[in-house]
Every structure is written in structure tokens, then in C-alpha cells.
Design a protein around this ligand. Structure first.
Ligand code: ZN
Length: 266
């Protein structure tokens, strides 16, 4: 189960996973970093015109908290697509100290390598972490509405099953902070697209005559179709656009930083 832990960073994590398998799932918020202004304070992206030194400091702060040096992180250059990459030894460190070296055109990373971290950066999109605990294999996936419709999560699920040899019942899924139905009003066309391709659960219609897409419900529908049961799906239940705790692309009109969803294999 996901819970918030205090300290300067306020990470959302699942402590039982750590003690059982030596695996960490972490979602960051805005608190505890050195960035200023629209990036204040814990922006983790080198690709949003923040000061390089501040982002490096922020990543180091997170790395100290989760116990994996930044040089052992692997990140990708996300494009709202559905390519999922299996991290090999020679990939470790890509995207760790800059944006450019990240795994290109990729929205999901899978790793079974001890002492490493895979992560995705978001501001409203959903960071989703998959954990095959017994096999010590993890995935970090970036899924916005485009990625959800494109099927990045079923793709990641298939790939982590293949890489780990684990069956559906042995994989836990962690859905991090994202823009929830309360704040995700969309046009009728996009609402209709979600309803047609995923189901009526994907659109919340209790806001009068406007459609609100419910990305979390959409993901749950997709995961259940892959054989996942409710007990294996864990949700942070935090909206990035409500309040000020998270970076929100929509609320801040694109001028904002990025939080992270991270999977750590100790
Ligand atoms: Zn909201």
C-alpha cells in the first residue's frame, strides 16, 4: 500500500515492498529541492529551462533518500508513445546527468539490475511503476492521455512479464500522482475516444454537460484485461492539478517543473 513518508522530501512509497524484496517505489512532490520560481522547488527535469545546478542538486537529494547514486539512474526521452525499453548494463547512467543522453523516443523502462534506478518525469501525466517483486524486476512508465490510448501500459505489462517470467498475479502496479478526473475536463471528441476505446469507466460524467477523463480508471480497465486483480493495484490518489503540492502542466500552462516516479532495485 502506498503511503507518504515525511522528511525534507515527502516521498510517497510502499515500505512493505522494500523490506520484502529490496525494491523501492517512490513518487516525489515539489517539496525539498533547490529550484526557484516556477520550478520550485524539487524540479527533476533538465529539459524545462531550469538552472542545471539546481536540478543536479535536486537529483542528488533524491538519490540520497532512495539509496541509489545518480550515476546509476536511467531515464528516457519521453514522447507520449508506447515504446518500452529493457535496460541493459551498458544503458545504466543514460539520462542521469543530462536530458540528451536519455533513451530516445521511449516512455517505459524495465530493469532487473541490482543497484539501479529507472524513472519517468511527469507533470499531470501518470507515473506508473510495475514491480515483479519475487523476480526483482521493475518498470517505470510515463502515461499521459495519448500514451494510455496508445497502449503503453499493456505494452509495459507484457514486457515485464516476459523479462521477469512472472505471471500476472505476481506483478504489483503503482499509480502515482497525476491529473485526476476532478481537473481533467476534455472536449466531447476526446471523451468519446476514451469511451469507445476503453469503456464508459474512463469518462467521468458527473460534472454536468462536460466530460472529464478519468485516467486512473482507464488504466485499471486496461490492467484488468491483462489479468491483474484489484489487490495488486495501488494508488497514490493525489491530483497534481489540485492545490500546490505537485507540478501541473495544465494548471501552470506549460510553465512548470517535473516530479518523478522512480523504481529502485537495491
Ligand atoms: Zn484535481
Amino acid at each position: 500500500m502506498l503511503e507518504s513518508i515525511g522528511g525534507p522530501l515527502e516521498l510517497i512509497t510502499d515500505p512493505s515492498l522494500e523490506s520484502k524484496y529490496g525494491i523501492g517505489v517512490y513518487f516525489t512532490c515539489r517539496k525539498g529541492g533547490a529550484s526557484e520560481g516556477i520550478h520550485g522547488t524539487l524540479n527533476l527535469s533538465f529539459d524545462v529551462n531550469d538552472e542545471r545546478g539546481a536540478v543536479a542538486f535536486n537529483r542528488k537529494t533524491v538519490s540520497d533518500a532512495v539509496g541509489i547514486p545518480v550515476s546509476n539512474w536511467t531515464l528516457c526521452r519521453q514522447v507520449h508513445g508506447c515504446r518500452v525499453h529493457v535496460v541493459e548494463q551498458f544503458d545504466i547512467g543514460r539520462g542521469a546527468h543530462d536530458h540528451e543522453s536519455g533513451i530516445p523516443r521511449t516512455d517505459g523502462l524495465i530493469s532487473g539490475l541490482s543497484g539501479t534506478l529507472v524513472g519517468v518525469l511527469t507533470a499531470d501525466c501518470i507515473p506508473v511503476i510495475f514491480v515483479a517483486g519475487r523476480k526483482r524486476v521493475c518498470a517505470a512508465v510515463h502515461a499521459g492521455w495519448r500514451g494510455v490510448l496508445a497502449g503503453v501500459l499493456p505494452e509495459a505489462f507484457k514486457k515485464i512479464r516476459m523479462r521477469s517470467g512472472e505471471d500476472a498475479g505476481g506483478i504489483d502496479i503503482y499509480i502515482g500522482p497525476h491529473i485526476r478526473a476532478c481537473c481533467f475536463e476534455v472536449g466531447k471528441e476526446l471523451g468519446g475516444l476514451f469511451e469507445d476505446s476503453i469503456g464508459e469507466e474512463a469518462v467521468d460524467r458527473c460534472y454536468g454537460n462536460v466530460d472529464h477523463v478519468d485516467l486512473e480508471s482507464a488504466i485499471i480497465v486496461q490492467m484488468k484485461r491483462m489479468g491483474v486483480s484489484n489487490g495488486n493495484i495501488h494508488m497514490a490518489k493525489q491530483c497534481t492539478s489540485c492545490g500546490d503540492d505537485y507540478f501541473s502542466h495544465r494548471r501552470d500552462r506549460g510553465m512548470t517543473g517535473r516530479q518523478a516516479g522512480l523504481a529502485v532495485i537495491q
